[in-house]
Design a protein around this ligand. Structure first.
Ligand SMILES: Nc1nc2c(ncn2[C@@H]2O[C@H](COP(=O)(O)OP(=O)(O)OP(=O)(O)O)[C@@H](O)[C@H]2O)c(=O)[nH]1
Ligand SMILES: [Mg+2]
Length: 228
């Protein structure tokens, strides 16, 4: 269930976990449109290239828990690299986006993954970090499709990424699902990390200065709890 709530703050007294999500991928794959569709259910046919980064918040419920997602939309064009990379550190989730009608945007996913690992300072392995691969523009006709779903699946298996999906920001297909799946994956890895730290039997030690178990393990800390 998704609340139609731009700010995410001040509506209820419930506890919400704040997660920073960064969206990366080649210029033009639809990152800004995915964010707009998710946050405000809006699609822009003539979206301009992003310069640097922009972020917006939305509160959602996943498996009965509240999450305030702080979504950072980055500029995919190479010339903006130095403007976007400082914002990777502290991310809890990374969405790697490509367009299914643009083979080169898919081929470059590995480059984006490596750029994120480097600048976010993720050191403990890809399979321990909540990556989500999103093949956007699933609405295009089959003659324009350049990447199949099987190729997406295979790439993710080869690269130890457990969560992937095809979306259409244009037709509002699987957009909410993509963000929900990413949060769910974050939760699974968080639980795994808590077990590894032996913290499940010592709940008082789970939250250290606002950081959660997995974030301590992953070295890109930053899951925080907030009142919404
Ligand atoms: N057919 C189709 N077009 C889309 C979809 N999502 C975005 N577009 C179009 O693709 C173009 C680029 O979209 P953006 O969201 O600006 O792309 P971006 O990834 O943010 O690009 P940069 O900001 O340069 O990194 C726009 O013309 C959108 O209308 C989609 O799901 N389907
Ligand atoms: Mg953009």
């Amino acid at each position: 269930m998704v609340e139609d709530n731009d700010s995410g703050y001040g509506r209820t007294a419930n506890k919400s976990t704040l997660l920073k999500i960064v969206i990366l991928g080649e210029g033009g794959v639809g990152k800004s449109c995915l964010m707009s569709r998710f946050i405000s259910n809006h699609f822009d046919d003539h979206s301009f290239h992003t310069i640097g980064v922009e972020f917006r918040n939305k509160t959602i419920e996943v498996n009965g828990k509240q999450y305030t997602l702080q979504i950072w939309d980055t500029a995919g064009q190479e010339r903006f690299k130095s403007l976007r990379t400082p914002f990777y550190r502290g991310s809890d989730i990374c969405i790697l986006a490509y367009a299914i009608d643009d083979r080169s945007s898919f081929n470059n996913i590995k480059m984006w993954l490596n750029e994120f690992l480097h600048y976010a300072g993720v050191k403990n392995g890809i399979d321990r970090y909540p990556f989500m691969v999103v093949g956007n523009k699933s609405d295009v006709s089959s003659k324009d499709r350049e990447v199949t779903y099987d190729q997406l699946k295979q790439w993710c298996e080869d690269n130890k990424i457990a969560t992937y999906i095809e979306t259409s920001a244009k037709n509002d297909n699987n957009v909410v699902e993509a963000f929900s799946m990413a949060v769910q994956r974050w939760g699974e890895l968080e639980q795994r990390a808590e077990k590894e730290l032996g913290m499940l039997h010592h709940p008082d030690t789970v939250t250290l200065h606002g950081s959660t178990a997995a974030s301590s393990i992953r070295s890109t800390c930053c899951s925080r709890f907030t009142d919404v």
